[in-house]
Design a binder for this molecule. Sequence first.
Ligand code: GDP
Length: 297
Amino acid sequence: AEMFGQLTTGLESAWNKLRGVDVLTKENIAEPMRDIRRALLEADVSLPVVRRFIESVSEKAVGTDVIRGVSPDQQLVKVVNDELVQLMGGEVSDLVFAKSGPTVILLAGLQGVGKTTACAKLALYLKKMGKSCMLVAADVYRPAAIDQLTILGKKVGVPVYSEGTDAKPSQIAKNGLKEAKSQKKDVIIVDTAGRLQVDKAMMSELKEVKKAVNPTEVLLVVDAMTGQEAAGLVSSFNDEIGITGAVLTKLDGDSRGGAALSVKEVSGKPIKFVGQGERIEDLEPFYPDRMAQRILG
Ligand code: GDP
């Protein structure tokens, strides 16, 4: 299925209702706005976000001057486009690098969301930027996770630091950082353990790892398929451990868009990267304007 397909179609029915209209008024946008509201809710955008969005679009649409050569339906499309871009954070949110020493990027997330894959994807992305990287395997609960990271590391040509499953994650991270320093690496990416659900043990472990290596970036990896729940997770991880942003994975699937549209508004934290496939190359920065264009079709 085409990503956002349903959302795009839902929005189209809003523009269609403005055919033959001379100017946007409070009255004639009422029905299109209901369509937009419905389309967003069906895309699993969180309700408070939808409310604020509708309010803001309505206000701006009615207030705008008539532009010669631009039909009212196109004018509403433009307002919605601009608001979608704002909703998703406006500008692209670049990675921050440490002023000196290796930049530490910590990746967290629930099991199965694509965290380990994202570590390797990010390493490849940074390598292409000319940064030397090291991956650190601090997920000690699943031996398979360490193997997986090792295999992915080989694939992208980035060394993987690991101490097996007996050491403490915070200690592994600390030793990994030390090793990266001695090898003069630019960046280390720390893969941490996920759980099926948010639990206290995971949070306190993440806090310990964070304290041990003082990361510049703490990115929560969330699955786009979970819709607005992803935004809620970003919010609760931020409250618990303090994060700098999110990586939204599986945007290539049947994702309805709710996560992409809700994360920034719900959590205050930007989506920094999106994963759009299982291949190691399928990671790119999150561009709010491009995403809005994709949504508008
Ligand atoms: P982890 O448990 O969070 O470390 O998850 P993994 O990195 O092991 O990924 C779980 C599954 O999701 C694997 O089969 C990955 O290939 C797949 N996956 C990860 N990212 C993406 C993505 O962006 N798109 C798709 N379609 N699949 C992905």
